[in-house]
Design a protein around this ligand. Structure first.
Ligand code: SAM
Length: 212
């Protein structure tokens, strides 16, 4: 737990909109080209996807949200070791991110293998709901996009239906078997995805939706 305080410029263990804004401003001031895209990953785990994206897109800026301290510290360690400057981590629930980000401030929201809350009575805890997607809509910039992956195909189909009903997002890419699809070429394996692949290798749903 103490380790979460070891990365004051990189990891915010107890965020408020104020301390987030200050650190985000500092981070972007240090970035070589802060005019790039802003990405948010909710439930970034120990950061594999975020790090790969940040290395491949040094002109862009990345915010990673995660609830588990241990995973945040693992991510921070890797980011510091590789001297990556364009990532900021926060211990925060994705459901509250609208309190931190101004309207029209985000280009891409990544949600990979979120907790599926499989039991019917618990589905209200899912991060991807009609309510959350509507709440986040004004926070996207024009041509913003949502990228979502899961091995839980019922959750995947439910989110697909929600996006179609909302009419404020349009699905551009969609597959229920990512690893055997045309989209696999550009896919970055997350930690959970690597684990799945090495075990039962279930089909994975992937979608990319543009914000209208
Ligand atoms: C199944 S793991 C997937 C981790 C990572 N995305 C991957 O694919 O390897 C889900 C992660 O989301 C985090 N999480 C769960 N609910 C969250 C929430 N409401 N906001 C942010 N993170 C959350 C969990 O702590 C966990 O690390």
């Amino acid at each position: 737990m103490a380790r979460v305080y070891d990365y004051p410029e990189l990891l915010i263990p107890h965020p408020t909109p104020e301390n987030f804004r200050q650190l985000w401003k500092n981070k972007n001031a240090n970035c070589p080209a802060p005019s790039g895209k802003v990405h948010l990953e909710i439930g970034c785990g120990s950061g594999r996807n975020l790090i790969e994206l940040a290395l491949a897109n040094p002109q862009d800026s990345f915010i990673g949200l995660e609830l588990r301290y241990k995973r945040l510290v693992l991510a921070a360690k890797k980011i510091e070791r590789q001297n990556i400057q364009n990532i900021l981590l926060m211990r925060e629930r994705g459901q509250f991110i609208d309190e931190y980000l101004p309207h029209k401030s985000m280009d891409c929201m990544h949600i990979n293998f979120p907790d599926p809350w499989s039991k019917k009575a618990r589905r209200k805890h899912r991060i991807l709901s009609a309510e959350f997607l509507s709440k986040m809509h004004p926070h996207f910039r024009s041509k913003g996009e949502l990228r979502f992956k899961t091995d839980h195909l019922e959750y995947f189909e439910t989110v697909t239906d929600i996006l179609q009903d909302l009419k404020t997002y349009t699905i551009i890419e969609h597959t229920t078997d990512l690893h055997r699809s045309e989209y696999n070429e550009n896919n970055i394996l997350t930690e959970f995805e690597m684990l799945f692949k090495s075990k039962e290798n279930p089909p994975i749903g992937f979608l990319r939706a543009e914000v209208l």
